[in-house]
Design a protein around this ligand. Structure first.
Ligand code: G6P
Length: 614
């Protein structure tokens, strides 16, 4: 995810763009840049790695005179965060500057063709391919920028929101979208452009959301014009903005955490895109292909992580052992590093970290590498330390996670671990092609299934009222649902400050059962799987001691539903895919309980999003 801002008008172009970038920083913050179109027919580009404030410092002594401009805050996908890879990108002759949010899937083919035509590339981004392609078409056909953009986009496969400016027409921006959002703000003799309406909501409440395949011509002194890729004018639907700035930054949600919970159908789609192919028959994880020999010959896999990522790691163990028949150990990174670990070149170490910066996990990575193990990273933040220190790996691609309590990153990590296990199994032949393809088909259905689970929101909000003042809570699950129980309990602890324990359901009778009474609710995760019958007896044991039960079961469940006080039904999925589905009601439950208690869910006390100290 990246953020785009554009402006044409008599206002202070630089100030408007920088303020807009700050509003969009939630979309990415690893580098930022600005292109200013000057009245004398020049384009000045200034870029800087890091947050938007770094760009501001960099621009302090620069020429900021402009009549139009485009700006970008980046969340790297192609190429590490750096000044060179930051947007905007120039075309080779410096006539055009372009910003882009999205991923160009066929960028390699386009890039190779452009190189053959003599183009040179300066960055590792897919975005530079776009600007070079537009310029190439423009020169070859001696056509307008609009026509060149139209022709170029017809060749492009992938998601994009783009904005382009041209040296000789400093009062005009051409913008287009496909799958990535873009909104135009219509002001009084001025126009704005942005990934969402937050950068311009204080200047105008007239907003046009571009649709896929539309190109906007934003020109000073002219009414907004929108055409499709065939240059036919399309109808302009103006929306009146009613949201406040603070609501808009959270996409209309009250908190980032809720927004991130609701983003999961999209983030999981992004995470799966291009990795489950041929309708589910094949799993393609480039990191696994890079480390093929190491995975094929691994005598053992050790997964290291902290916090929520450790819960994902535990699921990784179940998945890899089940699918790949390789023994797996899961370690807290903070324990692993001081446990005199025994590793050699036959071991594969997988480090999981949303931020890619957790100090203990990073230290574990360095120890493992020094001992000769092959180290694989699973991270969200492109270019962060863990991906840089590991030999290969996979990004979960869920976009910036702002809420301290991890939600969409957890489901992204579990998704990547599932794909990792399947791709190793594919290489090793430890699963039949039929089974892989059956699971692949179901994986493709996960985003829409998660949408159905999110429809439980209102029911969970009502249910949360009954448990707001609980002092303790037990989360129970078996098999794949045990790590889900741990994660559910952690979510409740983190944001509502209610003591909660996650336990393997069968272990309950060796201790925690002593705590159960009318005051101690239990959340039981019990989808229809191979241990379902076993968990039925655990439910009976809780019931017999007067404990109240919230059960997460599959639709149509008849046994546990009858025993539980409250039931949340989720669609059935193959057993190994249930954790992504069952963890979502638990995220919502802890969110609403914390809200009922008036807690700051996005920034809970004492916690940090990224723990970069020991
Ligand atoms: C902190 C965060 C947790 C996170 C953990 C590990 O404690 O509050 O949400 O799970 O760090 O972070 P990582 O970035 O390594 O996944």
């Amino acid at each position: 995810m990246c953020g785009i801002v554009g402006y044409v008008g008599d206002g202070n172009v630089y100030d408007i763009l920088i303020k807009g970038l700050h509003r969009l920083e939630y979309r990415g913050y690893d580098s930022a840049g600005i292109a200013l179109g000057t009245p004398s027919g020049k384009i000045n580009i200034y870029k800087s790695q890091g947050k938007v404030s770094n760009l501001e410092d960099f621009c302090k002594d620069k020429n900021l005179e402009a009549t139009s401009g485009i700006a970008h805050t980046r969340w790297a996908t192609h190429g590490e965060p750096s000044d060179t890879n930051a947007h905007p990108h120039f075309s080779e002759d410096g006539n055009l500057a372009l910003v882009h949010n999205g991923t160009i899937e066929n960028y390699k083919v386009l890039k190779d063709a452009l190189i053959q035509h003599g183009c040179t590339f300066h960055s590792e981004t897919d975005t530079e391919v776009l600007v070079q392609l537009i310029e190439y078409i423009k020169l070859k056909n001696d056509c307008s920028l609009l026509d060149a953009v139209r022709m170029a986009l017809k060749q492009v496969v992938g998601a994009y929101a783009i904005a382009v400016i041209e040296k000789n027409h400093p009062d005009k921006i051409i913008a287009a979208r496909n799958s990535s959002p873009l909104a135009v703000g219509i002001g009084n003799n001025e126009m704005f452009l942005a990934s969402d309406a937050t950068p311009f909501v204080e200047y105008t409440n007239e907003c046009v959301y571009l649709k896929d395949g539309e190109i906007a011509i934003i020109e000073k002194g002219e009414p907004l014009k929108i055409v499709n890729l065939d240059n036919r004018e399309t109808q302009i639907d103006v929306t009146t903005l009613e949201l406040s700035i603070s609501q808009l930054e959270k996409g209309g949600y009250e908190h980032f955490m809720l927004k991130e919970i609701f983003e999961q159908p999209t983030t999981l789609r992004d995470c799966i895109r291009g990795r489950v192919i041929e309708g589910g028959k094949k799993i393609m994880l480039s990191g696994v292909i890079d480390g093929k020999e190491k995975f094929l010959n691994a005598k053992r896999i050790v997964i290291v992580a902290c916090g929520t990522s450790w819960h994902a790691a535990l699921l990784g163990k179940y998945l890899i052992q089940d699918m790949c028949k390789i023994p797996v150990e899961v370690e807290y990174a903070s324990e692993f590093r001081y446990s005199n670990p025994i590793l050699d070149e036959k071991d594969v170490v997988i480090a999981i970290s949303q931020s890619g910066e957790t100090a203990d996990t990073l230290a574990a990575v360095k120890i493992a590498r020094n001992m000769g193990a092959y180290v694989y990273g699973i991270s969200n933040v492109v270019g962060s330390s863990i991906p840089r220190e590991t030999e290969s790996g996979t990004y979960i691609h869920v976009g910036p996670e702002i809420g301290v309590a991890s939600t969409k990153a957890f489901t992204g990590q579990v998704m990547v671990l599932t794909l990792l296990a399947l791709s190793i199994a594919q290489l090793k032949g430890t699963m039949t092609l039929e089974k892989i393809s059956w699971l692949g088909e179901h994986i493709l259905k996960i985003p829409s299934t998660v949408e159905k689970v999110l429809a439980l929101n209102d029911k969970i909000e009502r249910l949360s009222m009954k448990y707001t003042y609980a002092k303790n809570c037990l989360y129970l699950g078996r098999g794949f649902s045990y790590p889900v129980a741990l994660e559910g309990a952690l979510k409740l602890k983190e944001i509502s400050y209610i003591h909660a324990e996650g336990y393997p359901a069968a272990e309950m009778k060796h201790g925690p059962i002593a705590l159960i009474d009318e005051e101690m609710p239990s959340v039981i995760i019990a989808p229809k799987d191979h241990v379902y019958e076993k968990i039925v007896s655990n439910v009976q044991q809780v019931k017999a001691r007067g404990g109240s039960i919230i059960a997460i079961v599959n639709e149509g469940d008849e046994i546990i539903s009858k025993m539980a006080d409250h039931v949340l039904e989720v669609p059935e999925m193959p057993e190994c895919l249930t954790p992504i589905i069952t963890s979502i009601p638990l995220q919502l439950l802890s969110y609403y309980i914390a809200i009922n208690k008036g807690k700051d869910v996005d920034m809970p006390r004492n916690l940090a999003k990224s723990v970069t100290v020991e």
